[in-house]
Design a protein. Structure first.
Length: 201
């Protein structure tokens, strides 16, 4: 048997909410993120130095349960949003997409957006008194939380999986022997909450 090589890939806590916004609207990204922090929110500010930003965005979109779109003139003008993010998000039939009108714009010019019900109505957040903005965003956070309850409870926190051994694998019998080093590695990976994926080659 050749020498096995193992790669352990850490997995960050997946965020339930993906925020799509224009780089021209960081203040609205931050304000929405503050309200959604309790349910787990992802925006591109979470990408760290040295990471592949394109891969990180696609991973976040694929793992999210809800997408919040901060609609504004900058959002409508963004080629990346319309060429990359929107098609990926709308292609997921299991994903709830919640548009929020951050600034006044002709959103109905986008056929797909014009057909959607806006969270908080069609009065731009930028035109509301500060206190009313918090009310609208609080309702957004509540809606996201209730969507999560409708899907069933998520993980309550890090859980330790059962010990991995030859008899945890369906269909194996006492005749399964060997590869003790690999099984020990799997044991450690299962008990490590920071490990998301392990590959044995």
């Amino acid at each position: 048997m050749g020498e096995s090589r193992a790669a352990v890939i850490p997995l960050r806590a997946m965020a339930r909410v993906f925020v799509s916004y224009s780089r021209k609207d960081p203040e609205w990204r931050d304000r929405v993120s503050t309200h959604l922090e309790g349910v787990g929110v992802w925006a591109d500010t979470r990408i760290e130095a040295g990471e592949d930003w394109n891969d990180e965005i696609h991973t976040a979109m694929a793992g999210a349960e809800v997408a919040v779109l901060l609609v504004s003139p900058g959002f409508l003008a963004s080629k990346f949003i319309h060429a990359v993010e929107v098609p990926a998000l709308l292609a997921r039939k299991d994903l709830r997409v919640l548009p929020v009108l951050a600034k006044g714009c002709d959103y109905a010019a986008c056929a797909w957006l014009g057909r959607m019900q806006f969270q908080g109505g069609t009065k731009p957040l930028a035109t509301l008194p500060d206190g009313q903005v918090d009310v609208v965003l609080g309702e957004l956070a509540k809606a996201v939380r209730l969507l999560g309850h409708a899907k069933g409870p998520g993980p309550a926190g890090p859980k330790v999986a059962p010990r991995v051994g030859p008899f945890h694998v369906p269909g194996l019998t006492d005749a399964f022997v060997g590869r003790e080093d690999e099984l020990a590695l799997l044991d450690g990976a299962w008990n490590d909450a920071a490990t998301g994926v392990i590959a044995l080659v």
